[in-house]
Design a protein around this ligand. Sequence first.
Ligand code: 6GU
Length: 232
Amino acid sequence: MQIFILTISPETFQGPFNCGLFQKAVDKGIVKVDIRNIRDYTHDKHHTTDDSPYGGGAGMVMKPEPIFEAVETIKAELAQQEITGVPVILMTPQGQLFTQAVAQKMNQYENMIIICGQYEGVDERVREHLVTEEISIGDYVLSGGELAAMVVVNAVVRLLPGFLGSPQSLLSESHTDGLLEYPQYTRPQEFRNWAVPDILLSGNHAEIAKWRENQAIIRTKQRRPDMIERAN
Ligand code: 6GU
């Protein structure tokens, strides 16, 4: 998978993409991340990426020209490798809510371009004529789309084959089947007088599976009744 990220703040991405499992995935060639500075696609002396809104009002709006030029440059590079139809995703609090189902859909993309919105937003012509999807990570406002892009990229990339040591863990984790995950325990069997549930030590795999399913349902009912309504 190849992910292009357009941002006015490329430094922000240094931490999350350069350590741990993500770095390993890059080293293994599972994912390639190409972070590009939108400023590099400006042509004025001050490398202007934003301007005040027409009609007045507070804040700044991202200008369309550098964003179009950045996306068109990447598309032209990809077209040389006969790659076309690349999704262009805008990170914005106005977008579709990002869920595990959306992560699974995006996990199928071979290539994608992610634009990190900033300030009060981006010029509407970017949404109308360049972007194919808009994504929000939740009902709150961040100062920029960068953190949201990191969240999305992490959730999508960890689903790629070869990312996780034991891919079976993807099957039982929270949100995959519309439920929260059951409680997990590891050694020691007794810690400060708190014991691991007997059933987990029984070796009876059918009973353990039943217990876990039950726990997942109880837990989801208690914490996320909204999810129970949607689960079957
Ligand atoms: Cl994608 N961007 C910003 N700026 N704020 C957000 C968001 C995105 N998703 C939730 N809040």
